[in-house]
Design a protein around this ligand. Structure first.
Ligand SMILES: [Zn+2]
Length: 248
């Protein structure tokens, strides 16, 4: 049996995760958690790059982020939907890697593939715990799904301080040479897209600075969880440290 992951991040396309939750998964990997990422599609509908190039970029980015696992499923790009077939593909991955924590895109978003990815992961996270849904792997249910922010904002459940890993996150994003703006080759021959524009590259900073500003740090990444968060120690939760020995 493969070694289980602690954290598994899902995205509809290669580069979605890096752009929206990259800082957080780098941070978790550096703290010693086993982190993996799965792109539901190979990104073959993208205006720029080929599936082969995107696969190489995805692997390079996973290496930069220090991930224990990365993989691409064969759901068609532009055809991510909540079919039983697709749901079973996600269930299989959850059962195979047995992560306690999942990341998925926030369900209110612009790209239909991203919204479907959000719903698919939420449904699969539940159904993967039902023994009677047979996939060849043992039933397993992750404890939590945390949603990362894309096109539309939400009131986050928490914001992760990613200031110390922001440069690595940029490096992981830059691994997608075919997709994002490259300041060293500002006039390449491929067609400009939203994500390959200099404006988009600047918006990566702007978004991280905005959320960082909300928690009093330089760069941040917001997440939403549906459930109410439980704590035994509101002091540690709100102040950020447990009571020190010998104090008071
Ligand atoms: Zn995408």
């Amino acid at each position: 049996m493969e070694q289980a992951l602690d954290v598994l991040a899902f995205g509809a396309h290669p580069d979605d995760i890096e752009l929206m939750a990259g800082g957080t998964i780098i941070k978790l990997a550096r703290q010693g958690y086993r982190v993996g990422m799965i792109s539901l599609t190979r990104g073959e509908m993208g205006t720029r790059g080929t599936p082969e190039i995107r696969r190489e970029e995805f692997a390079a980015s996973a290496g930069i982020m220090g991930l224990a696992m990365h993989s691409m499923l064969d759901i068609p790009d532009g055809g991510v939907n909540e079919s039983e077939e697709n749901r079973l593909k996600v269930i299989r991955e959850i059962r195979r890697w047995r992560p306690a924590l999942l990341f998925a895109p926030y369900w209110e978003t612009r790209h239909p593939d991203h919204a479907h990815c959000s719903h698919l992961v939420r449904e699969a996270a539940f159904y993967s715990g039902l023994k009677k849904i047979e996939s060849g792997e043992a039933a397993f249910r992750p404890a939590r799904v945390a949603y990362y922010c894309e096109h539309y904002h939400f009131a986050p459940s928490f914001v992760v301080d990613i200031s110390d890993v922001f440069e690595i996150r940029l490096e992981a994003i830059r691994a997608y040479k075919s997709q994002v703006f490259n300041p060293d080759a500002p006039a390449d021959d491929e067609e400009r897209t939203h994500i390959s524009s200099p404006e988009y590259f600047r918006s990566i900073y702007a978004r991280a600075e905005y959320w960082g500003g909300r928690i009093g740090v330089r760069y941040g990444e917001p997440f939403l969880v549906r459930e109410v968060i439980r704590t035994e120690d509101p002091f540690a939760l709100l102040i950020g440290r447990a009571r020190e020995e010998g104090q008071g």
